[in-house]
Design a protein around this ligand. Structure first.
Ligand code: XMP
Length: 556
């Protein structure tokens, strides 16, 4: 340990790493000499602040807020190895919240090497308690749990964390434990009615916030984060997605050289932007494969081909494998089985096509940051799997491609910005997400040609009416579901016995949670009317008014 951190005598160290070197920069230099710089190594002037995750549901939101302040951010688990941290050359750390209690045996704490960097640390909620506990303060169960709105009052001591902010402001709290004794050399910087120490700080840029600045219920939260990043970590805020595009193109060129790349297009935003970036970098060395699985919406295949072939001038292999997919799905009603069969069939078709192309060394994939985080979250912190969301599944080991994943560190809204920054058509970039297994998981029960026709016709009406009402972009998703319920109706003088269509429209930031959209009654009436009149076989329409959780967005 270094001299200065020895000064904080009560620092309880959770790892036994015996680092001799005084600053992390020296260690980073040494490490860089020992091993090749990873492909995603940062450019020299990229300002990075790392979110250290203690199991909070808000870690991703914190990273997003940091990036909105034009400082690059990644999330690492609390026990991330030193080499990983050093390779990112951070300018500061944010300790996330978490469900634990720091005084319980085995509670996650920060490794000593983070403190030994002497870089600023912002602890949020549990993260603040980690700071207090490890640096010699005391955390205990509060007299009552504090959840929801509170008014924060600044203390008498001024701190850059509150620069240009009002003396009192609303904040969002969610905690049971609280700081009952400050660590040595810390001062209290703010309080609420229930938390006498709601904010604390020391002169080395260690700050603790008992509330959550990252959620929208803390209206000045983003200013507080910006103060930490700009005034305490000294970041100028020079990270933009424009820089990102230029950096990625350079990196792809270096990685691929003269090699060839394939990319599976799905018609969705992620694979489209991936393909566009790779194409911008290496042109005709890229071949895209577009598999029509027979589960697409009306005109979707034609539109996708048009955009990529005519507008963006890419090499595209189009394969109509509808019969193969529908054959596999015959008689299958279980949602997870549908996903598995579609995934397997996709791999089989893709493998066959790739083999025809001869020697190809690289596979470009539109993996996004939330997928990466999910797959690297420690077992103990991972949430239960509700649905398998992987379209392409794991590729078989016999396919030995090197992966290119240029969007690996981006969030969905950032991917859209990248697409727009590259001049891609809005129609493609601002599309609502569409699941990989397509209409198969919007048909409850067995998938048949007849049901696909019914759902395509209903879906077309929903999409058109939503677009006409200029609500398409405001909604996260809006679509129709063909249920397996039939009910009695009357048309003219005849009794009908037809399908029930459900409408689903939700607002969401990231699909983790979603609220049902309060669509105007007139719009709902128009959609229902048109579906019943224009779609043969349907005589009833209902609107789904459940939110996620406890429901999910898709019905299967
Ligand atoms: P749920 O239904 O879990 O959906 O609330 C959340 C988001 O994920 C999409 N989704 C999928 N996407 N393959 C995909 O590529 C899937 O199997 C799948 N299942 C759901 C869904 O459309 C929503 O945006």
């Amino acid at each position: 340990m270094t001299k200065e951190s020895q000064g904080t005598e009560t620092l309880r160290i959770t790892t036994s790493d015996d680092l001799e070197v005084s600053t992390y920069l020296e260690i980073a230099k040494q490490k860089a000499g020992e091993q090749p710089i990873p492909a995603e190594a940062p450019e020299a002037d990229r300002e990075t602040v790392l979110v250290i995750d203690f199991g909070s549901q808000y870690s991703m939101l914190i990273a997003r807020r940091v990036r909105e302040c034009h400082v690059y951010s990644e999330i690492l688990p609390y026990d991330a190895p030193w080499q990983k941290i050093a390779s990112l050359k951070p300018r500061g750390f944010i300790f996330s919240g978490g469900p634990g209690s720091v005084y319980e045996p085995g509670a996650p704490l920060a490794p000593a090497y983070i403190y030994e960097t002497h870089l600023p640390i912002l602890g949020i909620c549990y993260g603040m308690q980690v700071l207090a506990h490890q640096l010699g303060g005391r955390v205990a169960l509060g007299t009552r749990r504090e959840y929801g709105h509170a008014i924060l009052h600044q203390g008498d001591v001024e701190s850059p964390i509150f620069a240009d902010l009002p003396a009192s402001m609303p904040v969002w709290m969610s905690h049971g434990d609280q700081i009952v004794e400050l660590p040595p050399d810390f001062t209290s910087l703010g309080y609420t009615e229930n938390s006498p120490i709601a904010v604390m700080g020391n002169k080395h840029g260690f700050i603790g916030l008992q509330f959550h600045p990252e959620v929208s219920h803390t209206p000045h939260g983003k200013d507080i984060l910006a103060n930490f990043l700009h005034r305490i970590c000294g970041c100028s805020g020079n990270w933009t997605l424009g820089n990102f595009v230029a950096e990625s193109i350079e990196r792809i060129r270096r990685q691929v050289g003269e090699g060839r790349v394939i990319c599976a297009l799905s018609g969705g935003v992620d694979s489209a932007v991936t393909a566009a970036l790779v194409h911008r970098a290496i042109g005709d060395q890229l071949t895209c494969i577009f598999v029509n699985n027979g589960l697409l919406r009306r005109d979707e295949a034609e539109r996708t081909i048009n955009t990529f072939k005519r507008n963006l001038r890419m090499n595209i292999d189009y394969i109509d494998a509808s019969d193969r997919f529908l054959g596999r799905l015959r008689g299958v009603t279980d949602p997870e089985m549908k996903r598995r069969l579609i995934g397997e069939e996709f791999i089989s078709v893709f493998e066959g096509e790739a083999a025809k192309l001869g020697k190809v060394g690289f596979l470009a994939q539109g993996t996004l940051y939330p997928d990466v985080i999910e797959s690297t979250t420690p077992e103990s912190m991972a949430s239960v799997k509700i649905k398998t969301h992987h379209n392409v599944g794991g590729l078989p080991t016999s396919m030995t491609f090197t992966l290119i994943e240029p969007l690996r560190y981006l969030f969905k809204d950032e991917v859209r910005e990248v697409g727009l920054a590259m001049g891609m058509p809005e129609e493609m970039v601002l599309r609502q997400p569409f699941p990989g297994p397509g209409l198969a998981i919007r048909i409850i029960g067995e998938v048949t040609e007849e049901k696909l026709d019914i759902l395509r016709a209903a879906d077309w009406i929903v999409m058109n009416e939503i677009k006409q009402a200029k609500l398409y972009r405001e909604l996260w998703q809006s679509f129709a579901i063909l249920t397996d319920t039939k009910s009695v109706g009357v048309m003219g003088d005849y009794r009908t016995y037809g399908y029930l269509i459900a409408l689903r429209a939700v607002t969401s930031e990231d699909a983790m949670t979603a609220d049902w959209a309060r669509l105007p009654y007139d719009l709902l009436a128009r959609v229902a009317n048109r579906i019943v009149n224009e779609v043969h076989g349907v005589n009833r329409v209902v609107y789904d008014i459940s939110s996620k959780p406890p429901s999910t967005i898709e019905w299967e």
